[in-house]
Structure formats: structure tokens, C-alpha cells
Design a protein around this ligand. Structure first.
Ligand code: S3P
Length: 174
């Protein structure tokens, strides 16, 4: 049985974290983020985990977090890292929403932030833009396959996307 969580999935920089906070504020639920949990669990920044232990180790951390989420987390808004779709129990954790956007719109969104440079720097798989664009293209069908709901996010503010989700899933507002 699903845990009544809402999972926000999508490529790096699409706005999962901001949307999770927006949804939390509107619904009174708590928002958590899988990257934050991994950083606490390892007491290390994601960038350093990639550098010191490699991507396969990071993916194992994601799997560990996914088992914990399934077992222990309920009624929560969960934003997940862009590669989290690989875990084998995503569907059992909650309702999966794929936040879809074009690569260019994601870059525009990041570049519009005051701290754009640090947003890029902390993401090891967002250093070479050609490679990142390819990665996004490769992942798109997997995201679609995992998703219960797809939301097109381009040109929309997080508040508007949050309203769309609240309406679609008939969530009660605070
Ligand atoms: C990754 C996305 C990142 C983070 C890590 C790997 C990915 O999270 O989990 O750098 O593989 O797409 P965000 O999607 O929150 O940037």
C-alpha cells in the first residue's frame, strides 16, 4: 500500500525543492528532500560523495533512503534527486509526479537565480552541458514510465504548479 506521500521527480534544476516547500506551506504537510537526507546520513555534501566515493556509492545511498521512506514516511512531500527514479520501490513510496520541462528552460531557470553559480557547482552531473542534455534525453522515458502524473512546468511559477497539484490530487489546503 502506498504511504500517501507525494514524490516530486524530474531533472536537476527543474524546481522540485521550491515546489516541495510551496506545497508544504499550502497543505500543512512536511517537505523533505532525498539529497538533504543523504547529506545528513553521510555528513558530507553530495559533490564530495561523488568525488570521494563515486556515483555508484551515491546511488546505493539513494536506495537505502528509498527503503527508509517506504517503511517510515507518510503524508509527506518528498522531492527526490534527478537520478532517484532508479530505486526499485518508488511506486510503493507514494504518488509520483514527474515535473517535465525542456533543458533550455531548466538552464534559464537556474541562470535567473542570484546564486546560479553555486546551484551549478554543487551538481556533479550538471558541469558539462552537452552531457547533461544527453542525460536528460536518456532519462525522459524512464521518468515517464515511473510517473503517476506528469506536470508541464515551463513558464509556470511554483505557486501555480502547487495549485495545479492540489487540484489534481484533491489535496486539502491548510
Ligand atoms: C542528480 C541530481 C541531484 C543529486 C545528484 C545527482 C542526478 O539532485 O541527487 O547530484 O543524478 O540527476 P537534484 O535533482 O535535486 O539536483
Amino acid at each position: 500500500m502506498k504511504n500517501n506521500n507525494i514524490i516530486l521527480m524530474g531533472f536537476m534544476g527543474v524546481g522540485k525543492g521550491s515546489l516541495a516547500r510551496e506545497l508544504a506551506a499550502s497543505t500543512g504537510r512536511i517537505a523533505i528532500d532525498t539529497d538533504d537526507i543523504i547529506e545528513s546520513m553521510e555528513n558530507t555534501k553530495i559533490k564530495k560523495i561523488f568525488e570521494k566515493k563515486g556515483e555508484p556509492y551515491f546511488r546505493e545511498c539513494e536506495s537505502k533512503v528509498s527503503r527508509w521512506l517506504q517503511k517510515s514516511v507518510h503524508n509527506t512531500i518528498i522531492s527526490v534527486g534527478g537520478g532517484f527514479y532508479h530505486v526499485d520501490n518508488l511506486q510503493k513510496i507514494g504518488h509520483v509526479i514527474y515535473l517535465e520541462s525542456s533543458f533550455d528552460a531548466i538552464l534559464d531557470r537556474i541562470n535567473a537565480c542570484d546564486n546560479a553559480a553555486s546551484k551549478l557547482k554543487k551538481r556533479p552531473l550538471l558541469q558539462d552541458m552537452k552531457k547533461a542534455k544527453k542525460l536528460m534525453k536518456k532519462r525522459h522515458p524512464h521518468y515517464l514510465e515511473c510517473a503517476d502524473t506528469v506536470i508541464h512546468t515551463e513558464g509556470k511559477e511554483s505557486a501555480a504548479i502547487a495549485d495545479e497539484i492540489i487540484h489534481l490530487l484533491k489535496l486539502s489546503s491548510k
